[in-house]
Design a protein around this ligand. Structure first.
Ligand code: SF4
Ligand code: SF4
Length: 350
């Protein structure tokens, strides 16, 4: 038996039930901005990782319909990009249709570039309210500022508030950028039009892993920490389905199917049966780093990683490393099945 068998908890019983917080649609890989911390590396010509792609309306509608018939999937759907509001008609349509299908929470995210004037912002906000948007997440901070002026964002937030759409300002921080800078640019009285402010850390995945010195980013999370509580069933702009929108969605290795060709129910089943995913989400990413070192890869010591997502990105965004992990797990899985079958068929009847 392979030396790794004991290290992977679920190979003998990989069947599990993943639990997702939301179904996330990344409608496009394009964005009017090119923020330094964008883990997707989105921009006007698409993303470095998934190319210049967008979900088709019919595929989005089909996934929404299928999701309503799969037990255990969440009642929350979230629409993002890139910048999903580059196609505002599509955004209004999918929000309204999700509502019509009975999703309880329907949220979206935007950098609010469309807040060009009070009149225009009111039009967009009123259409979103009419479509049934539960909450708008406003993704904006100092790294967005060179691309989307603070005045536009403030105009959009006020229009959303007037239209009765809940607003959530999402600010990202690093050790030297703490969030109040962005708040000051918006004007502190913007607080009156905000229902929620969410402050998060720039994660060292995707472009952010390359653009920021690692000692500038917050970290320290245990590499053995599983991520089950952070999962979102994510359909990326190329139609590929991943277990989260924290970096896995930008890799090939952690995508488990394509909504353009596969049924959603089969993709979810594939995820639930994956020994690799089971181990990753329950026990963190440390064992994969160890496995790669054993396979001769030059992988930094554990303390160089800022948390499970950073390690996960390092392993699974590199096809060579990801394939090495998959090859080893396939061997271990086969050995486990043979061992189980041998003991089962050799057992004396009760
Ligand atoms: S606005 Fe959002 S999607 Fe666009 S580049 Fe910035 S972080 Fe990425
Ligand atoms: S560890 Fe990987 S799969 Fe888990 S949330 Fe982070 S990026 Fe996603």
């Amino acid at each position: 038996m392979s030396r790794y068998a004991g290290d992977f908890a679920d190979l003998e019983d990989p069947q599990m039930s993943l639990s997702f917080n939301a179904i996330v649609f990344e409608l496009t890989s394009r964005c009017n901005a090119q923020c330094k911390m964008c883990y997707q590396a989105a921009g006007p010509k698409g993303s470095t990782y998934v190319g210049d792609v967008a979900l088709k309306l019919e595929d989005t509608i089909s996934v929404l319909e299928q999701a309503r018939n799969i037990p255990g999937l969440p009642d929350r759907v979230h629409f993002g990009g890139g910048e999903g509001f580059l196609d505002q008609q599509m955004m209004y349509g999918v929000i309204a249709y999700a509502r019509q299908l009975g999703f309880r929470d329907v949220t979206a995210v935007s950098n609010c570039f469309w807040g060009v004037s009070e009149t225009r912002a009111n039009q967009v906000a009123e259409k979103l309210a009419e479509a049934g948007l539960s909450q708008m997440e406003i993704s904006w901070d100092v790294w967005h500022a060179p691309y989307v002026k603070a005045e536009r964002v403030a105009t959009a937030i006020r229009a959303l508030h007037r239209a009765g759409v809940e607003t959530n300002l999402r600010l990202l921080t690093t050790k030297s950028v703490r969030g109040h800078e962005a708040f000051d640019m918006l004007g502190r009285d913007i607080i009156e039009a905000l229902d929620e402010i969410a402050i998060g850390n720039v994660l060292p995945t995707g472009k952010a892993a390359e653009e920021f010195p690692h000692d500038e980013l917050y970290g320290g999370q245990n590499l053995d920490a599983g991520c089950m509580s952070n999962l979102n069933l994510t359909i990326n702009p190329a139609g590929k389905v991943a277990p989260c929108c924290s970096g896995a969605d930008q890799t090939e290795a952690l995508c488990f199917g394509d909504v353009r060709t596969d049924r959603l129910v089969d993709i979810v089943e594939r995820m639930n049966e994956s020994a690799l995913l089971s181990d990753l989400v329950r026990r963190g990413s440390r064992s994969f780093l160890e496995l790669l070192r054993e396979q001769g890869f030059d992988v930094p010591e554990d303390d160089a990683f800022l948390g499970p997502c950073h390690a996960c990105w390092t392993v699974f965004s590199d096809p060579e490393k990801a394939n090495a992990v998959k090859r080893v797990l396939e061997v271990v899985e086969k050995e486990s099945v043979v061992e189980w079958a041998t003991s089962y068929f050799n057992a004396e009847p009760a």
